[in-house]
Write a protein that binds this ligand. Sequence first.
Ligand code: GRF
Length: 205
Amino acid sequence: MSVVVVISGRGSNLRAIADAGIPIAAVISNEANAPGLAIAAERGIASRVVAHRAHASRESFDAALAAEIDRHAPRLVALAGFMRILTPGFVARYAGKMVNVHPSLLPAFTGLDTHARALAAGVKLHGCTVHFVTAELDHGPIIAQAAVPVRDGDTAERLAARVLRQEHAIYPRAIRWFLDGKLVVAGGLVRVKGNDAQVSYSDVD
Ligand code: GRF
């Protein structure tokens, strides 16, 4: 009983999760050419492509994705750079057992282009969030957040790299908490039994 990681692209969070020793049953990508599939292959992790383009509707794609996930009977589904909107039915199926990493300090900057939007807004703190997935995009209960400074002269790329480093730190940690049964969710809020490190700050580039 372990984790199924669902990706669309680069797979650097997948790599961080694998490198942290999290047991990964399988990697599933909706893109056949996702570089992250090579990361799975290098590590001998089973992978499968479920191509959204082969499906006429979101419901049909989500049913195929769920069937592939359920073959592994995972304890947790970890979305890691997965770029598809999920149907309410799919989200409900994995309620309380599906997490995501988002490149902003939620609830600020839900959606795409978070780093450019953070720069445009002039925020001085930016970061990333690991959260449970609920029907409303990027709004589920927050498990962990890491903040980074926004520096003078930052580009979206530089800021993204600073944030990504923190994603790689907090996502495996949050998954470990889940697998260790340490997460307590009540009233939409998450606490970690015996641990108060749900927030971190790093100014390391
Ligand atoms: C990350 O920034 C993640 O927060 C966002 O998509 C990006 C995925 O990167 N959801 P990678 O594929 O894990 O390298």
